[in-house]
Ligand binder design. Structure first.
Ligand code: COA
Length: 257
């Protein structure tokens, strides 16, 4: 189990907290594996009624560890990140997210697969995939244009434009924006605890129904995005962008035709 994933149990509520503060909770392969295994166990454990996913009061996550992207780029359906996202995608019980501070890359994408999302007003969300020479992932190229319309989705996914927690709530990516990280965590916890009072099978059946429309199409898009993402990670454009991030300089795409 990764030392960077803190797991708490409070009755039927399981809390997963990403905790790698010196790297803004950047997600390593070990963290993905721990999160996937924890979700898989929770899926099988009838005493778990709901999951709360958070990075704490100051930072959700800066996304995939960029050094990992360079040294061990995930390849396809057997990668650690794919195991985690599949576990989240297939998780039958409610998942509630509490988001404060940065939520970058997969940190924003994964919210599209949670059931309830509470966010601090000033949280900074962004999906800078094109900026990194990459492409959208895990269904965001299908879900976001449907949710936001093409124009706004294009700003977020083609330009990698950042947006605030307040905007995320106004646009329907999050349920509610709260004043700060503490209020966000407290609200998310309060809402997650509500599931513990509800009939568990009714919750699971209802989640399945509201997730069902378009699910097979979504699965197909996720595989298509995943294959392209894997190719793009090995492209000269991505290598330039990821190296530039590690060297703390702007990426230079001028030499690419
Ligand atoms: N992978 C690896 N390391 C990361 C990281 C990531 N995704 N995000 C941040 N870090 C590291 C930084 O390199 C730095 O390490 P150092 O102290 O050893 O130099 C440390 O975390 C703090 O980051 P820093 O950028 O100095 O903090 P900040 O408060 O100025 O900015 C972010 C925070 C999250 C806005 C910024 O780090 C960022 O944009 N990261 C996103 C990286 C990214 O593009 N992720 C998406 C991948 S698809």
């Amino acid at each position: 189990m990764s030392e960077h994933l803190l797991i708490e149990r409070d009755g039927g509520l399981l809390t997963l907290r990403m905790h790698r503060p010196d790297k803004k909770n950047a997600l390593t392969r070990a963290m993905y594996t721990s999160m996937a295994e924890t979700l898989d166990q929770a899926e099988r454990d009838p005493s778990v009624r709901a999951v709360l996913l958070t990075g704490g009061e100051d930072c959700f996550t800066s996304g995939n560890d960029v050094a990992d992207f360079i040294q061990a780029p995930p390849s396809g359906l057997n990668s650690e990140v794919f195991h985690f996202m599949r576990a989240l995608f297939d998780f039958s019980k409610p998942v509630v997210a509490a988001v404060a501070g940065p939520a970058v890359g997969i940190g924003t994408t994964l919210l599209l697969h949670c059931d309830l999302v509470y966010v601090a007003r000033g949280a900074q969300l962004k999906m800078p995939f094109v900026n990194l020479g990459l492409c959208p992932e895990y269904g965001s190229s299908l879900i976001l244009p449907r949710l936001l319309g093409h124009a706004r989705a294009a700003e977020l996914l083609l330009l990698g434009q950042a947006f605030t927690g307040e905007q995320a709530a106004a646009w329907g990516i999050a349920n509610q924006a709260l004043d700060d990280g503490a209020a966000t965590l407290s609200k998310a916890r309060e809402m997650a605890l509500r599931f513990l009072q509800l009939a568990p099978s009714a919750v699971v059946d209802s989640k399945r129904l509201i997730r069902a429309p378009g699910r097979e199409e979504l699965r197909r898009v996720i595989e298509e995005e995943g294959a392209l993402f894997g190719q793009r990670l090995r492209s000269p454009e991505a290598i330039e962008a990821l190296t530039a991030f590690m060297q703390r300089r702007p990426a230079d795409f001028t030499r690419f035709a």
